[in-house]
Design a protein around this ligand. Structure first.
Ligand code: NAP
Length: 248
């Protein structure tokens, strides 16, 4: 790796922003953050940024070749299924160093009432049997498996409104962006009389408060496990990523 490498960050997460800020502050010669382009007005990172898919592993390979990056850091969300594999393939082909940066997964502790599932369809099966009032803390594009559950009332929490809004029979849409705190989450779960939470094992602190509040209140959680990842070096902190880049 060069003394001041040029780095492409595959972004869309808090970790990607924090890494871009750290690399720019360190004086790294070129830092480009890439967004998928799903969010209408993304928070802009330090350094350069670009938006939109590359066109699969092949397109990413062409981009890496044209822009001559020394390293790629895949800081996409733990539930982004495709990008990690595209990055692994493109970087292997272009002989570009690749690191995965991701927050650690949450683990259930004493008092947690989690059922871990591989798909949200499995979560919907659990809800059908066991729930009446559900906090949905999954992506706005992932509500499909739940829409036919007419006997359940859903509190759908999302950063942006689903477009189009799926035809839920009973629901309330709560537009809000984390971080959330335990007191607020406890009050929300109580006020809305929530008896089940559906979420994904995103990890990190910004959205963990609902799990702490659920544990306190004895509320069960249907937790979607993370998808598989290519076998790559992984950093769990910005400092580890900087060390991998030989910047500290
Ligand atoms: P995905 O399944 O891994 O990616 C689908 C396609 O979107 C990829 O094949 C790629 O298109 C494009 N893409 C994804 N991330 C990109 C990036 N950083 N820069 C340029 N293109 C990108 O990912 P996803 O679940 O659709 O998530 C899309 C974005 O939202 C990611 O950046 C992710 O970090 C962010 N995000 C996702 C979640 C989640 O729960 N999935 C949550 C929060 C944030 P091409 O094949 O055309 O290159």
């Amino acid at each position: 790796m060069q003394t001041s490498p040029s780095v492409l960050i595959l972004g869309g997460t808090t970790e990607a922003y924090d890494l871009a800020a750290a690399l720019v502050a360190h004086g790294v010669s070129r830092v480009v953050t890439s967004f998928a382009g799903r969010t209408k007005s993304p928070r802009l990172p330090a350094g350069e940024w670009r938006s939109g898919g590359f066109g699969g592993a092949e397109g990413l390979g062409e981009y890496l070749r044209a822009e001559r990056f020394d390293a790629v850091i895949d800081a996409t969300h733990p539930f982004s299924a495709a990008m990690a594999f595209n990055a692994a393939e493109a970087c292997a082909q272009e002989n570009t160093a690749l690191l995965r940066l991701e927050r650690e997964a949450w683990r259930p502790g004493a008092g947690d009432r989690w059922t871990e599932v591989d798909t949200l369809k499995d979560a919907a099966t659990i809800l059908r049997r066991e729930a009446k009032r559900v906090l949905m803390a999954v992506g706005r594009q992932e509500l499909g498996p739940f829409v036919s559950l007419d006997d359940i009332w859903f509190l759908i929490r999302s950063v942006e409104a689903p477009e189009p809004m799926p035809a839920f029979k009973q629901y309330e849409l709560l537009l809000s962006r984390g971080p959330f705190d335990v007191a607020g989450e406890r009050a929300l779960l109580r006020d809305k009389r929530i008896d089940m939470i559906v979420c994904k094992n995103s990890g990190g602190t910004a959205t963990q408060a609902k799990l702490i509040a659920a544990r306190e209140l004895g509320i069960p959680v249907a937790m979607k496990r993370r998808p598989p990842r290519p076998d790559l070096p992984v950093a769990y902190t910005i400092a580890e990523a900087m060390a991998w880049l030989k910047l500290r």
